[in-house]
Unconditional design. Structure first.
Length: 66
């Protein structure tokens, strides 16, 4: 995902390259955006009910998402 694609409501999946193995492959919805438009941090409401903060490059948009 690139920074300009990251919009609130977008469905995303955590990339498999993330260092924290317990989060790899989880899916959710972007709920908030923080920081510079060129290097965003994103609040993601995960499908399991939790929330987590990610850098935009740690996520990929799910095809057919919002």
């Amino acid at each position: 995902m690139i920074s300009k694609e990251a919009r609130i409501g977008t469905r995303v999946k955590v990339r498999n390259s993330l260092l924290r193995a317990e989060l790899r492959g989880k899916e959710g919805t972007i709920a908030g955006r923080w920081g510079s438009p060129h290097y965003l941090a994103l609040d993601v409401l995960l499908d399991d009910g939790g929330t987590q903060l990610f850098w935009y490059h740690e996520l990929e948009e799910i095809e057919g998402g919002a």
